[in-house]
Design a binder for this molecule. Structure first.
Ligand code: GAP
Length: 469
């Protein structure tokens, strides 16, 4: 069997290192020794996140007449999570190793070490299996055998308490998805806004899941951000809308720059489908560690509205004013993870040119709309009025584009720094600029250089960022 070369290049390691070095993503609470699997987004990272959120909001809300926005609370009434099924069903089975205290997902352990055909979702069956094989089962962390506890269900919702007076405080959950905040506002929105089924409600916000195993950088974390949209439609039309939204989402991912060959649509098999769903696909991205879900698109029937109507005793029926029909709308839900999307965008954009040579160039080839900085401005020298000229240019251009003025180190070093941050255009102000009022513009991916009149720069940059120059 071919062994993996231990020195083989791991692009994820390079990307993680670049993210820290250049201020995209830092390990969380680092000066206190770190808090495992938490991350903080630095100055460039936060710009990319904002660009991704803006692009999503534009496509899903502002460019459309049939979707409105919402920002619901992270803490909702605890009954919401009973109605949604999260209190009863949002569990992973886990075992602990009594020797090294490692926590292992029982179903994943069975799949990996006993074979996929042995996997079961039934807790009792899983307990019997672990019981029967107890002495043989080996902890993957410490290697000891016969040290696993019995599998038990572990609810993934974080709990906290609300209220300051002891005894009157209430146990609440941090939301594990943004979706339920939308369902419980269905009536508010349909009563207060001029919406008509079919319509959607979109929301961006943090979600929390106490994942047993969190890993692969920002791919799976316990605190993350979601961009979800619930599209309410007439029962019977959900299949058409489902196909429409799968297509729409794939198209959007290509529009923000992801390569088609790194994306695929994977349908859930019958035994993988949630019990309330009549169809679900995952849009997956080909990460360096394999294909991973970034966007789940689920046809959720009228399960959520039925549950909330039942638990809240409120009438959530939609009354169509034109046809006089009354029904609980069906829902198609595209649910995207912002942090996973960021990781996909970073992996897709990362390139090393002339690797290992003196001219090695590390580039983030972001689509211009996603790049944190759009234009780097370099005075060739700090003296002879060049710095002042560059500063004037910076003050003027920054009103239209996010710019960075960099006057330290050689021009080569400054290009290197901007390439690593994915800046599409760099402008050098040189001695001739004082006489001819022109500057040199260099394009990130092709390294093509062009002399452009300062008076034409804004137009030139706008076109170049739109892909036209
Ligand atoms: N409302 C449906 C829902 O939440 P999901 O498939 O559980 O569906 C949607 O989550 C998306 O949220 C996923 O495709 C993924 O991108 C992101 N996501 C889920 N759990 C995550 C985690 N622990 N860390 C980072 N992103 C996560």
């Amino acid at each position: 069997m071919a062994k993996e070369n231990p020195k083989a290049h791991d692009p994820l390691k390079d990307i993680v290192a670049l993210c820290k070095r250049r201020g995209f993503v830092f390990p969380g609470s680092e000066i206190y020794g770190g808090l495992s699997n938490t991350y903080d987004y630095g100055p460039y990272g936060v710009e990319v996140l904002k660009n991704l959120k803006d692009a999503w909001w534009q496509a899903f809300v502002r460019d459309r007449d049939d979707i409105v926005g919402l920002d619901s609370s992270i803490m909702l009434h605890p009954r919401v999570w009973e109605a949604s099924g999260h209190v009863g069903n949002f569990n992973d089975p886990l075992v602990d190793c009594t020797a090294c205290k490692a926590r292992v997902r029982a179903d994943q352990y069975v799949e990996e070490f006993l074979g996929p055909e042995m996997v079961t979702e039934d807790l009792e069956a899983l307990q019997k299996l672990f019981h029967a094989k107890h002495a043989e089962l080996q902890c993957p962390t410490c290697g000891k055998k016969g040290t696993f506890t019995e599998p038990r269900q572990f609810n993934l919702m974080f709990q906290t308490r609300m209220g300051s007076v002891s005894g009157t405080d209430q146990q609440v959950y941090l939301r594990p998805e943004t979706a339920q905040g939308i369902f419980i506002n269905f009536k508010n929105i349909s009563d207060s806004c001029r919406v008509k089924v079919p319509f959607g409600v979109a929301q961006i916000g943090k979600s929390f899941r106490n994942e047993i195993i969190a890993r692969q950088f920002v791919f799976r974390t316990r605190e993350f951000e979601q961009m979800e949209m619930e599209f309410f439609c007439k029962p019977g039309t959900q299949k058409e809308w489902f196909e429409y939204w799968v297509e729409f989402c794939m198209h959007w991912l290509e529009e923000i720059g992801l390569k088609r060959e790194n994306l695929r649509v994977r349908s859930h098999s019958a035994d993988e489908l949630s019990f309330y769903s009549d169809n679900t696909v995952d849009i997956e991205y080909k990460f360096p560690f394999g294909w991973g879900e970034i966007w789940g698109i689920a046809s959720r029937t009228n399960y959520d509205l039925t549950q909330h109507a039942d638990f809240s005793k409120k009438n959530l029926t939609w009354h169509d004013p034109e046809t006089n029909e009354k029904y609980l709308p069906y829902v198609v839900e595209p649910a995207l993870g912002l942090n996973r999307l960021l990781l996909a965008v970073l992996c897709d954009a990362f390139a090393i040119e002339h690797a290992g040579s003196k001219e090695e160039r590390r580039i983030l080839q972001f689509a211009p709309a996603i790049a944190p900085v759009k234009v780097g401005i370099f005075p060739l020298q700090k003296k002879d009025g060049l710095l002042e000229l560059a500063q004037d240019l910076y003050q003027d251009l920054r009103r239209n584009f996010l710019c960075e003025l960099d006057s330290s180190g050689s021009i080569g070093k400054r290009y290197f720094r901007q390439d690593e941050c994915g800046t599409p255009l760099c402008i050098t102000v040189d001695y001739e600029s004082k006489d001819d009022q022109c500057v040199t513009v260099r394009h990130r991916d092709s390294t093509r250089q062009e002399r452009v009149a300062i008076a034409d720069l804004k137009d030139y940059i706008s076109k170049a960022l739109a892909g036209g120059a």
